[in-house]
Design a protein around this ligand. Sequence first.
Ligand code: CTP
Length: 409
Amino acid sequence: MAPVLENKQILCGITGSIAAYKVCDWVRSLQRDGAEVRVVMTRSARKFVTPLTFAALTGNAVHGAMFAALDEERIPHISLARSSDLILVAPATAQTIARLAHGLADDLLAAIVLASEAKVVVCPAMNSRMFQHAATRENIRRLKDYGYLVLEPECGMMACGEEGPGRLPEWPQVRDAIIASLTPQDLAGQTVLVTAGPTEEPLDPVRFLGNRSSGRMGYAMAAVARQLGARVILVSGPTGLAAPPGIELIRVRTAAEMYREVLSRFDVADIIVKAAAVSDFRPTELSAAKIKKSGEDVSLPLTANRDILQKLGEIKDQRPSPPLLIGFAAESDNLLAYGREKLRKKNLDYIAVNDITAADSGFAVDTNRVILLDRRGGQTEFPLLSKEETAREIWRQVLRGSVSATRSA
Ligand code: CTP
């Protein structure tokens, strides 16, 4: 499977902020995602990080001067402008933002941006007073009018000792914005409801019945749906994961809470992805006080939880335009037979089956090996992939299967 940014030419425009050093790691990450990275540094950026650092990281000469063509035949600002799919201006100082806002072409980076038709992603980083000044706000508004994507800086303590908005955005958010900018928006206009993580069924104030789900697969399904342009609502059980950027996150604890939150949004969802590992049972009694030991064995009466996906499958055809239902199945044996059975019983369009006994697949690992079954008898086996890549392949397959054709099948 091709990495997500394969064949993409990304130009990093680095300007004079102390945050410039952070972009060294970003360049590495872009390369791991398959992108070809070239770097342009402004004169002041070179005071913070040497061009040699970026030249060594990218294997390409770093550009800087307007009239220092590396290849006599070509004019650098025009050739770099033409060959880039995306220009990432990071960190973007108040000075560079002002330059871009006013269409100046007095340094190589500004000239490239002016001459390019590539997507432009701008990551401001500056003192918070400079960021909040009306002039900077107005300049940023102009950049947005030009169609550039300007990310919000983070709040917090800055190198100058002041606190406020102005810190360079975190890489996961920037990476997500880059991928989304270069991804066809095939889910634009669709609302995708995703569930993820385990549920916890309390027994007393300190104990609960839970499971080993980390939530990573569901969060990846949500993040990739957003990159594809969907509005995404994520109903998540307790996980240690950060909220994916641009997603409406609803946190729940128990299967009953998840049931309520999902069912109340049933009408707005065009696609529902049930990646959560919902507890099938809950302790019949919830003790208000911590249960004390007595030295004797105890047995725990359990009550069956409602099956959320089963319920969605029962009611989906009542809607004039039924939502597409995608389930997940955690199996330890007879993967295909149990998967098909769940697909049929729960009236699903797709089910992603994974073998939870394999060390590199299923719960609490970064990778997964999934077989996707569809209601028309189709079966696609994916190799061992990261959960993000697995999510991308599942969405690719679902989109290829044509949402509307599957719905009416
Ligand atoms: N599911 C659900 N509500 C439940 C149990 C499961 O919505 N109370 C959903 C899961 O989110 C998943 C699918 O049903 O998409 C299959 O879950 P899985 O745990 O594999 O299967 P179960 O239906 O619980 O069956 P079993 O435990 O017998 O394998």
